[in-house]
Design a protein around this ligand. Structure first.
Ligand SMILES: Cc1cc2nc3c(=O)[nH]c(=O)nc-3n(C[C@H](O)[C@H](O)[C@H](O)COP(=O)(O)O)c2cc1C
Length: 486
């Protein structure tokens, strides 16, 4: 059992009663350090044990989001001032041994006691928070009722950070894309080291890069393997992404204090990027999304404890359409080199579903080096290239099997044009992605953001053309998604 030290968390009631007695209310910045007991409880303070690997994050105000000048930012990173109160944050991502000790199981894709737990859904993360609170005599902060989770802000127990707390803690006062002065090298963070920051626009001129391509480990590494950020938090960029409380939604533009995100939604946010992400997607401001019931080998958990009891509760209404896949199926795909097309044709042969190719009015160059440039330019500008093909009867389809090559760790922009052209609410989108080693990259986040009202099925990633096992892989994937074969 971990070594613990006693710290004191002041209950909101104590702050109020001190104020009522005319005593000086402790300023936000005077919350106790985890290494000392600052008050001898008088009257009722609620002492709890703060694990010694938790760091006190002193509250304050910061600009959440990224400036418009930041390379590879997304439109959903609108800067706005946010104030957060003090809180404690775990210095490390939750390890597999910590998770297994409480939950009695280890769902991780990689295996190792000191590796971060991954392949946990947001709902798994919430369950872990509550179970660990119970195991350690704290108050579970979440009430789970099916897909609806309510957070009691007055309870002091383990919880997920809010999106604002996560970014504030990661930035540690910095306003740059990453908390380190330069963008991270592969020796400073565990990410897809072949693709450091701004490699996309400098692929043929790497001499100008701030950080050169480095090792791609293709796995998680033991937590805390690299230097921490100025707050003493490890792996905030890379290793695994971390679930936060918030539903995904547009940021408000006005000033916020301790925001908790939208009241309802279909997608939860996860932050920080992981071992499989390009540097642009481990930036402090980058926002990734997924449905709360799904996990990935790239997403884990970091815990927070209140430094003082909050007030009220936050209910999160899940508005995800839970319709099952099937019905009338359309296979829609974009291809450049033909690999995705080959997979689409195999799916067509196995299902008999309608086949539709997403094509451009002005097709990309057939030259590889040229298309690399065109693709990064379109992605950087978030272009929506004009399509020459259209589905005239989209309302007739219930399920869309959406195929595309992984381009620069995301979708080709013609797929974004396609997703914006139709209303997918009530429909199921099941992605299949052909890739050169990066699997989905952040393409599932990109699709979810563009079609937030669609149900997302279990996606399939295929290495290039998929080789001899591709037909079997397709058959198993169709089965998983309950798409009937011919
Ligand atoms: C512009 C461009 C960008 C690419 N970016 C990635 C990438 O980030 N990660 C990856 O694994 N593969 C990447 N690839 C490789 C393709 O995903 C892979 O070759 C795929 O099989 C191509 O499918 P297609 O033949 O249907 O076009 C890229 C290819 C191109 C042309």
């Amino acid at each position: 059992m971990r070594n613990r030290i006693l710290s004191l968390i002041l209950a909101g009631s104590m702050v109020l009663s001190l104020a009522a007695c005319g005593e000086k209310t402790p300023p936000a910045s005077s919350a106790p350090d985890s290494s000392e007991v600052t008050q001898s409880a008088e009257p009722a303070a609620a002492p709890i044990e703060v694990p010694e690997d938790f760091v006190l994050i002193q509250g304050g105000t910061f600009q959440m989001g990224s400036p418009e000048t930041e390379a590879w930012r997304s439109a959903d990173e609108t800067q706005h001032p946010v104030t957060v109160s003090n809180f404690y944050m775990s210095a490390y991502e939750v390890t597999q041994s910590e998770y297994a000790e409480i939950m009695g199981e280890n769902p991780s894709n990689f295996s190792g006691d000191t590796l971060p737990v991954e392949n946990v859904s947001w709902l798994d993360a919430v369950a872990y928070c509550n179970a660990r609170s119970e195991a350690e005599g704290l108050t579970p902060v979440y009430t789970v009722d099916g897909q609806t989770v309510t957070w009691d802000r007055s309870a002091i127990g383990y919880r997920l950070p809010t999106e604002a707390e996560w970014e504030y803690a990661c930035r540690a006062g910095t306003t740059t894309p990453f908390y380190m002065e330069n963008s991270p090298s592969a020796e400073e963070a565990n990410y897809y080291g072949h693709y450091p920051y701004q490699i996309e626009d400098n692929y043929f001129n790497q001499g100008v890069l701030e950080v050169k391509p480095g090792e791609y480990r293709q796995t998680t590494v033991p937590v805390g393997s690299f230097e921490g950020n100025p707050n003493g938090l490890y792996d905030m960029h890379g290793n695994v992404s971390e679930w936060v409380w918030d539903y995904y939604g547009a940021y408000p533009t006005e000033e916020q204090t301790d925001p908790t995100g939208p009241d309802s939604g279909t997608l939860r946010v996860y932050r920080g990027g992981g071992w499989n992400d390009f540097a642009k997607n481990v930036r402090s401001a980058y926002r990734a999304t997924m449905e709360q019931g799904k996990g990935s080998f790239n997403i884990g958990i970091r815990l927070v404890l209140n430094a003082a009891a909050g007030t009220g509760s936050v209910a999160g209404t899940n508005t995800q359409n839970t319709g099952s896949s099937g019905g009338n199926v359309l296979i829609a795909y974009f291809t450049w080199g033909g690999n995705t097309e080959g997979i689409a044709e195999e799916i067509q042969a196995q299902t008999g579903a309608d086949l539709f190719e997403i094509e451009l009015v002005e097709p990309y160059s057939s030259d590889y080096n040229t298309v690399l440039n065109q693709a990064q330019r379109d992605q950087s500008e978030q272009a929506r290239p004009e399509l020459s093909t259209h589905v005239e009867n989209m309302e007739d389809y219930d399920t869309i099997l959406l195929g595309y090559p992984n381009w620069w760790a995301s979708i080709p922009m013609p797929v974004a044009s396609f997703l914006e052209e139709y209303d997918f609410s009530g429909k199921t989108i099941i992605p299949f992605c052909s890739h050169g080693g990066g699997r989905f990259g952040q393409s599932l986040t990109a699709i979810a953001k563009l079609a937030p009202d669609a149900v997302m099925g279990e996606a399939l990633s295929i290495h290039y053309s998929g080789g001899a096992s591709m037909p079997d892989d397709v058959a198993a994937w169709l089965d998983t998604n309950h798409i009937s074969a011919n």
